[in-house]
Design a protein. Structure first.
Length: 155
């Protein structure tokens, strides 16, 4: 199991934890999100394109090796979703990196675990790697939307 596609799909090892691999996998992308926190919009956009492309490229092979297309240890999709969540929070509180990372992480994990509609719809109705990716990006979009609502309410 040493192919590049496999290692990308498991978040370069961050998803290989025997307990809570989605959570440990999401933690694995936080240094990258922290690096991009105050970056221009094009960096966030390019990062999302790269993470989505990497997800679609790698999930199928890792799923075959692990025995399930949405195996818990496949976390590159969590990386893409957390990237969207991080962008959403960074957009509204760029001056608070550590608080923002914590809020984005907790909110993303909550939406990813509880899967409100349409997150659950994406997971159940979109087949293959695209569905694996779509539910996490949808969870990240929920965080982005929540950050926007809170920012609007705050002032």
């Amino acid at each position: 199991m040493n192919s590049l596609k496999f290692w990308v799909a498991v978040g370069f090892g961050s998803g290989l934890s025997p307990k809570a691999p989605g959570t440990t996998g999401t933690l694995g992308v936080l240094p990258l999100v922290a690096w991009a926190w105050t970056a221009p919009l094009w960096v966030w956009g390019l990062g999302l394109i790269v993470l989505c492309a990497a997800s679609l490229w790698s999930i199928g092979e890792a799923g075959r090796r692990l025995g399930a297309v949405d195996h818990g240890q496949i976390v590159i999709d969590e990386w893409a979703g957390m990237w969207v969540a991080g962008f959403g929070v960074a957009l509204w509180i760029p001056e608070h990196l550590w608080l923002g990372l914590a809020l984005a992480f907790l909110a993303f994990r909550g939406f990813d675990i509880f899967k409100p509609w349409p997150v659950s719809w994406c997971e159940k109705r979109i087949p293959g790697a695209l569905g694996v990716l779509a539910d996490d990006v949808a969870a990240g979009l929920y965080v982005l939307l929540a950050a926007w609502v809170f920012a609007m309410m705050a002032g």
